[in-house]
Design a protein around this ligand. Structure first.
Ligand SMILES: [Zn+2]
Length: 259
């Protein structure tokens, strides 16, 4: 059962990943998501349906446009493959919970937000707000399905707590943490709090830890100067996903350490 849900979620993820590529390119450029249909950025030729199969088409065309031969960035198949893998992992994790759709929506949004933040230092509200609404509605439905409305209440309180903590950090250090990160913290707080308080603390802490470690490494190898901005969103998202997927085991292991 778990393997089946993971496999179906993974295939679904490849297709969603293809859509995320459109989101990642167009949302920061304020373009429509539906019009015009996907086209080659160099020669403007519309991309045929048979050339739009996730990962496979890019490999068959050896990363080039069928019409003009211009190189298509490996970022496209990478986003598709990564989304497929993450969906499979979330599918396995929530195979026995009605909260699966909520966490798949969250996963897709976090991938799009992270990719845009890495390139543009921006977490667009055009993605954040619809995700907040969709995730909370689906999580409420999932909690009812799982007959665990207590988890839903805890999730909302956790979102408020996370938002408050990040808001205070933003007030103290507005350059260190943008308000986009504060908005994102609410979503991450809700998603982690639904699982448990330990996962909430661990997931947020892991985000800071990842950001700090990578920041120090980038400065050490002089890729980034001390004063240059490093996008924080992808690290917060990665920290949350770590504890969404493995938090129950990590928290359990941590509790046994003291005995
Ligand atoms: Zn072309």
């Amino acid at each position: 059962m778990t393997a089946l849900v993971a496999a179906i979620s993974g295939i679904y993820g490849l297709v969603i990943g293809s859509f995320l590529n459109v989101v990642i390119w167009r949302v920061p450029r304020h373009e429509s998501l539906v019009k015009p249909p996907s086209h080659c950025p160099a020669c403007d030729t519309k991309i045929l349906n048979r050339d739009n199969i996730p990962v496979v088409s890019w490999l068959l065309l050896r990363g080039r446009c069928r019409n003009c031969g211009v190189a298509i960035s490996p970022r496209y198949p990478f986003v598709e493959l990564f989304t497929g893998v993450m969906f499979a992992a979330v599918g396995a994790r929530f195979a026995h919970s009605w909260a699966l759709p909520a966490y798949l929506v969250l996963t897709a949004a976090l991938i799009a937000l992270s990719a845009i933040d890495l390139e543009h230092y921006l977490l667009p509200n055009r993605i954040m707000y619809p995700t907040d609404v969709a995730f909370i509605v689906l999580l409420a439905a999932g909690s009812a399905g799982d007959q665990d409305m207590g988890a839903f209440g805890r999730a909302i309180i956790a979102g408020a707590i996370a938002f408050s903590i990040f808001f205070v950090i933003h007030i103290v250090s507005p350059r260190g943490m943008g308000f986009g990160d504060v908005r994102l913290s609410f979503l991450l707080g809700v998603s982690l709090g639904w699982i448990g308080w330990g996962e909430l603390a661990g997931g947020l802490f892991a985000g800071f830890l990842y950001g700090a470690v990578v920041g120090v490494v980038l400065i050490a190898v002089k890729v980034r100067g001390r004063k240059q901005q490093i996008p924080f969103g992808p690290f917060l998202a990665a920290g949350a996903m770590t504890f969404i997927l493995f938090g129950v085991q990590i928290v359990d292991w941590y509790r046994h350490l003291g005995r």
